[in-house]
Design a protein around this ligand. Structure first.
Ligand code: SAH
Ligand code: DHB
Ligand code: MG
Length: 234
């Protein structure tokens, strides 16, 4: 991805971000065999290493706990790493539905969720998320308290359209990978992921039901950021 830094500058910055993320992990987390096994099994199965960073997973769970969320929708499961963080923040009668197009990813995730003791709370639906979302709306599915959008970036604008039909006043919508090494600020970017994320942000900003912003972040995963949108009216 293009940015304004030399490789040397980027490596230096990334070293610092990684050092600080490691520090944060050491201060705030204790060894977590279930989360560690989830990452290891995803790697062994050849899944791409694009789960959220540990402190981003923690942030997601803190936000879910703050909302006292009972129902969570996740779009993009991968190996279930963010799923586990989010599902752990739910009460015992809570529900998390995660949408994943790749059956192999879903299979890896199901094993990780089972190992984490969360099979009773988490359901993974395999299929293109736009189709599943449409079906949820047509079936009159109850609104979700929190929606985490983290699948293919080109469909983010479409995911937002459906998500808005599946939330209520007080829900929180979170979307990963919005800043993209700073490329999000480039209106002329030929990268379809960038243009889609820009359309997504414009739609968030234009939606009167939402109070929204984007929070930039650096982490072990690089320079990126999440959009946060609070649903202020039904
Ligand atoms: N949320 C995960 C990472 C998700 S990576 C975590 O942080 O742990 C993105 C996932 O979205 C991949 O598993 C990919 O297969 C899935 N995906 C891509 N296109 C999709 C689509 N159209 N519908 C549903 N899932 C999709
Ligand atoms: C990609 C997807 C993600 O959800 C992420 O956090 C990082 C990278 C990707 O598709 O490259
Ligand atoms: Mg992501």
């Amino acid at each position: 991805m293009q940015d304004n830094w030399t490789t040397r500058e980027r490596n230096t910055m990334q070293d610092t971000w990684t050092t600080v993320d490691t520090y944060i992990y050491d201060v705030f987390e204790t060894p977590d065999p279930q989360l560690e096994a989830a990452l290891k099994s995803a790697e062994e199965a050849g899944l791409p290493p694009i789960s959220v960073a540990p402190n981003q997973g923690k942030l997601l769970s803190i936000l879910a706990m703050s909302l006292q969320a009972h129902s969570i929708l996740e779009i993009g499961t991968l190996g279930g790493y963010s799923t586990i963080w989010l599902a752990r923040s739910l009460p015992h009668d809570g529900k998390l539905l995660s949408l994943e197009v790749n059956p192999k990813h879903a299979e890896v995730a199901r094993a990780n969720i089972e190992r984490a003791g969360l099979s009773g709370i988490v359901e993974i639906q395999v299929g293109a998320a736009l189709d599943t979302l449409q079906k949820l709306v047509l079936d009159g599915h109850a609104p979700f308290d929190l929606v985490f959008i983290d699948a293919d970036k080109e469909n983010y604008p479409g995911y937002l359209e459906w998500t808005l039909k599946l939330v209520h006043k007080g829900s929180l919508i979170i979307a990963d990978n919005i800043v993209r090494n700073g490329a999000v600020a480039d209106a002329t970017s030929p990268d379809m992921n960038v243009s889609a994320v820009r359309r997504f942000n414009a739609a968030l900003a234009a939606e009167p039901r939402l109070a929204a912003t984007v929070y930039q972040s650096v982490s072990i995963k690089g320079y990126d950021g999440m959009a946060l949108a609070y649903v202020v009216s039904d």
